[in-house]
Design a protein around this ligand. Structure first.
Ligand code: C5P
Length: 247
């Protein structure tokens, strides 16, 4: 029912009656950037999603897994609420913040409603109530209109967006849990491993040539070189092991 590009977490809902208020809200979002980066302490906010639940049986959503990210997301929503409130732009939504990722809602299916279907049958999603759906990093905050015509991909009309580029923050860390995402490390490890292997092979070949020359094609001439070569072979094996573990 909900197209994937439109998946979102609503941080707050308010009523902005005039364009002037929309502009003020957009400015408030832009001005909140340093405080948001400060709040996240330069760490990416990764949100793990697991389980399926519902509101009044007519909205079905994937739930946010428990953990410290919930507090961070709550603080983020609170900060934005505060910024709008102090400008007199927070009106309406009295509901508490309940982060959720809506995947079905009957308001999206007028046909079903006209057939008298008032609730989503829980058996449709009962197999997924404890399913882990994956993790998504918060990358962008949008100021969206719920009433204006939706974008072509089905997402809400977006008045303005704030890209959360935490790489510019002095305390930048890749993950909120403190451990770095593995891709750059793996690539680095692979490069080092390759270089070690190439060095070791080239030194072994070099030494093999030297020994062959020194022995004048003697008894060891056709044998692999001695100790130094063993070292090199071991280094090669070590490097390969590092390559393997880096995969
Ligand atoms: O935020 P989102 O657009 O995904 O919300 C989908 C629907 O869920 C809303 O239209 C609202 O009616 C409902 N909702 C609710 N209780 C909440 C949050 C949202 O009933 N705490």
């Amino acid at each position: 029912m909900i197209p994937v590009p439109t998946l979102h977490i609503t941080l707050l809902v308010t009523h902005l009656a005039r364009q002037e208020q929309v502009d003020l809200a957009a400015a408030a979002l832009a001005q909140a950037e340093p405080s948001l980066a400060e709040l996240l302490g330069g760490a990416e906010l990764a949100l793990p999603f697991s389980g399926v639940a519902h509101f009044r049986n007519d909205v079905v959503f994937v739930a946010l897994a428990p953990g410290p990210h919930r507090k961070a997301l709550h603080s983020l929503a609170e900060l934005l609420c505060g910024r709008l409130e102090e400008r007199g732009l927070l009106e309406g939504d009295a509901r508490g913040f309940e982060p959720h990722l809506t995947i079905m809602k009957l308001s999206r299916a007028p046909k079903l409603r006209s057939q008298g279907i008032k609730r989503v049958d829980p058996s449709l999603y009962s197999n997924y109530t404890s399913r882990f759906f994956g993790e998504q990093t918060v990358e962008r905050l949008d100021l969206c209109s719920m009433l204006k015509k939706k974008q072509q991909d089905g997402y809400y009309h977006t008045e303005t967006s704030l890209q959360l580029d935490l790489t510019q923050h002095p305390l930048h860390r890749k993950r909120s849990s403190g451990h770095r995402r593995s891709e750059p490390d793996e690539a680095e490890l692979l490069r080092i491993s390759k270089r070690l292997v190439e060095d070791a092979v080239s030194r072994a070949v070099q030494q093999y040539k030297q020994e062959t020359l020194q022995n004048g094609g003697g008894p060891n001439a056709g044998q692999p070189p001695g100790n130094a070569d063993g070292d090199a072979a071991m280094k090669t094996t070590d490097a390969n092991a590092a390559t393997d573990s880096g995969k």
